[in-house]
Design a protein around this ligand. Structure first.
Ligand code: SF4
Length: 238
């Protein structure tokens, strides 16, 4: 089994409920969406960058695609990690590969939550799910309603259980409509342990502090809700 991987490195989680946790990152190539705020690094997809020594900025280049054994060996070289972040792009595009991965640290899936059939394949393998909710304003693609249905179905499949924590992450911009956020969170309330509002920081479309605090106040009536920007951008690390 092979998969194209753009980079493997060790750092800390920069977003969401587990911010600061030390992780191995496996960034898969490819995504099924095209979000306007996407900041996924576009490297040479023919090669995987591997930073063996965390934070060294020294990378080996390995030709893609990689085997499961190769990824396991690279991840195993990192010590004292909380979990292995499967990120992208969209890692669920590589669900068959992920279902064969065996690592000593638990798997942490970062997903756009739009591929329910793939989610079913790995639901018993992942211990953490950081699931994105894409709002109408940022959505580019076919029918938004069916996109939303797939998102809700993904959250239902990957919901919080006694073996898995699932939280949702919503990027908030100046265009975000509070009622849209509240409406979507209502539909997945029984599936997630918390909601994270992530103010966009990489464009001119930053939402106001008042908007974010008002939205948090409304959501807190229903669910633990935190406002957490992308901390790795502040720090300037991977
Ligand atoms: S789902 Fe994530 S990786 Fe894919 S286009 Fe959107 S922001 Fe980028």
């Amino acid at each position: 089994m092979f998969a194209p991987v753009s980079e493997i490195f060790c750092s800390v989680q920069g977003e969401g409920a587990y911010v600061g946790a030390r992780q191995a990152f496996v960034r898969f190539v490819g995504c099924n969406l095209n979000c306007s705020y996407c900041d996924t690094p576009q490297g040479d997809e023919n090669y995987c960058r591997f930073e063996k020594d965390p934070g060294s900025d020294v990378f080996e280049s390995l030709p893609n695609p990689l085997t499961v054994d190769m990824v396991e060996d690279m991840v195993r070289s990192y010590k004292n990690i909380h979990s292995v972040s499967l990120t992208g792009g969209e890692p669920l595009l590589h669900a068959d590969f992920i279902s064969r991965l065996r690592t000593s640290a638990p798997l942490y899936l970062e997903s756009n939550m739009t591929l329910p059939q793939m989610a079913k394949k790995i639901k018993d393998r992942v211990s953490y799910v950081a699931g994105d909710v894409k709002l109408m304003e940022e959505f580019e693609g076919e029918d938004f309603e069916s996109h939303l249905d797939r998102t809700i179905e993904c959250f239902r499949i990957l919901k919080t259980t006694n073996k898995r924590d699932c939280f949702c992450k919503i990027v908030v911009t100046a265009d975000t409509v509070a009622d849209d956020v509240i409406g979507i969170v209502d539909t997945i309330l029984n599936y997630v342990s918390s909601a994270v509002l992530q103010p966009v920081t990489s464009s001119q479309k930053t939402a106001s502090t008042k908007f974010l605090l008002d939205l948090q106040e409304s959501l807190l009536d229903k669910i633990d809700t935190r406002i957490i920007p992308q901390t790795h951008r502040m720090w300037g690390c991977l």
